[in-house]
Design a binder for this molecule. Structure first.
Ligand SMILES: [Zn+2]
Length: 200
C-alpha cells in the first residue's frame, strides 16, 4: 500500500474504538471501493465541524452555540443532574430510557498520572449550576468504577458540592472495574441507575 493509504489508515486508527483491521477496512472502503461514500463523509464531517458545538449548560452535544435538546426540553425533571464523563455516556443512558433528569458532562476524570487536574474538567461550571439553580436536589455521579472515577467523585463531594443542599449518589455498577458506561447495554445502565447509593 502507498504512502497516502497509510496516512489515511493512520488517521483512522486515532479514532476511538478503531483497531488496525477496522482502520484498514474503512480506509479501503473510502479510497478504493466507494469514493462516493468518502465524499459524503467529507461533506458531513465539514458541516459537523462547522455547526456542532458543546451545549453551553451541560457540555453535551449541541449546535451553533444553542442549548442542547435535553437542556431545552421543559418536560425533563429539574431536580437531579446526572454527572457523566463524556457526551457519549449521555447517549448510552438515553438509550436505557431510565433517566428523565438532566446531565452535566465533565469531559473526562481526574488523573494525576495523566496530569488531568480539576481545571481541565467542567467542574467550575458544575459548581456554578449548583449555586445558581436551587431546584437541583440530587447529583448522580455516573463515573467510571476505577481509581480515577473514585478520585473524581471524592473531589465533587468534598470541593464542588460541599455546603450545598444537594444529595450525592453514585450509580451502582454491574460492570467490571474500569468499564465505560458507553459500552454497557441499556438494561445494565437501567439497573445501575436504580441501584444508585448515597455517598457518605
Ligand atoms: Zn445541554
Amino acid at each position: 500500500m502507498g504512502e497516502h493509504f497509510e496516512k489515511l489508515k493512520g488517521a483512522l486508527r486515532k479514532l476511538p474504538g478503531l483497531g488496525h483491521r477496522s482502520a484498514e477496512r474503512i480506509a479501503l472502503h473510502l479510497s478504493v471501493e466507494n469514493p462516493a461514500a468518502a465524499r459524503e463523509f467529507m461533506h458531513a464531517l465539514g458541516e459537523a465541524l462547522e455547526n456542532i458545538t458543546p451545549c453551553p449548560l451541560c457540555n453535551g452535544v449541541s449546535e451553533n452555540g444553542e442549548l442542547c435538546g435535553i437542556c431545552s426540553d421543559p418536560a425533563r425533571e429539574n431536580g437531579a443532574l446526572c454527572v457523566v464523563e463524556r457526551a457519549s455516556d449521555i447517549a448510552a443512558i438515553e438509550r436505557s430510557g431510565a433517566w428523565r433528569g438532566r446531565y452535566h458532562v465533565l469531559g473526562g476524570k481526574l488523573s494525576p498520572l495523566r496530569k488531568i487536574g480539576p481545571d481541565a474538567l467542567n467542574l467550575a461550571s458544575l459548581e456554578r449550576r449548583l449555586s445558581g439553580d436551587e431546584n437541583i436536589r440530587e447529583l448522580i455521579l455516573a463515573l467510571s468504577n476505577d481509581i480515577e472515577g473514585e478520585a473524581t467523585c471524592h473531589y465533587i463531594q468534598t470541593k464542588i458540592a460541599a455546603g450545598k443542599s444537594v444529595g450525592i449518589t453514585r450509580i451502582g455498577f454491574g460492570l467490571p472495574s474500569g468499564s465505560q458506561l458507553g459500552f454497557a447495554d441499556p438494561t445494565t445502565i437501567k439497573s445501575a441507575l436504580e441501584a444508585r447509593r448515597k455517598l457518605l
